[in-house]
Design a protein around this ligand. Sequence first.
Ligand SMILES: [Ca+2]
Length: 453
Amino acid sequence: MKKYFSILAIIVLLGFVGIWSIVSGGYDNQNKIILFLKELIPNKIAKKVRDTIFIIPNLKEQNRVYKLQVTKYEQGYNGNLFEEISTKSQEKKYSYNLKKFFLPFKRLDIRLGWQAEENSKRAHYLDIINENVLVMSGLGETIYFKKENILSEKLNQNKIENNIEKILSTKNSKLLGIRDLLYDANFIYISLIEMGKKGATMNIYRAKSNFDYLKFELFFETQEFTEKYSLQTGGRLEKFKDDKILLSIGFLGKYDQAQKENNLAGKIISIDKNSREFDLISKGHRNPQGLFYLAEDNLIINTEHGPKGGDEINLNFLSENEIKNYGWPISSYGEPYPQLKELFKEKGYLKTSHKENNFEEPIKYFVPSIGISELIHIKESPQKNLSRRIFASSLRASSIYIIEINDKYDKVINMDRVFIPNNRIRDLKYDSESKNFIAILENIPAIAVIKIN
Ligand SMILES: [Ca+2]
């Protein structure tokens, strides 16, 4: 009798685990059977099951999150180390050390949905300024800490006042979020989404580097407007050559604009730091939120979010007077969301191959999407297992992907993964001095410091 009871208990348990993987969602629950069952079970019901049958694990998880939030608020601007793990990458089994420090900003709340406008103000960005690290919250708050503190147990963060709120209120405009932060030649540049009289738009502001007060002023206006908040804004800033910086702009849901050259939707541009005039660099981008310029090869690497599937990594070896075309919305390895299928069919988009349609083929695409964000390329490192790699942060798959490229830059040789469970990784920098990656985890939020050995 006892034996039967145990068997029954095991069957019930297995059943629960099975249902859990169907209703819990997330990137790592996507094998074929689960995806098939997910098609059968409507989203609403899955959520209901998750919130009722799984009420205990759910409450436990919520409790863990709240506890961590309380600890975070109580420690203020200490930037305390609250977790340290030594583990191995998934494929190559490189050992790495991961440290997590608190950031005194609001956490991204996945339960509001990733499309929530509120979450747009909870994406935070960082940059390294010589001996310091500057961080800006999605609400435009600025803090900094000494870079050497990443080696200790406390970051000792300091608040820097700035004039962002004042600028926006003078313009009668409302903040919708920050999209990036860049330090270049003594200036701090930010891309900022705001809602004004003409609608939502992205502008670039800049301030002279200063750790007491940051006085931003308008530097560049994209002059692209949308009626409502758009998810597809892009907004990465990156260093460039010839006294210019780079900016990526998403296609903003403007399907007819991304292929045309008379607008900035779905483009990567360079902006002259003195004249503030811009040049088109490439077009046909969807939502490029990762941007890197490798000066020695005159190479721009960008990542972009696909639709449903089809995240891309693109290479652009620059040549004079050529505006390369990356295919969106005509070619993509992703599929349109169900409500857009008809429109795509009608317009004849839905192509996968880029090359056959005279577009630049991505060097790597991801189906399903990993929610690809910032990237770093390391060409040469004394650590052999870091050389010739692209490090791409992922929002959806809670990982930093390590992608090795061949000498000719035309093929991915292998791919590895540093897995940081339950964390969307928004921003990523590399400190070549201490050989640490510094990232922003937005679910807590936290500064992650990663050293790959
Ligand atoms: Ca493309």
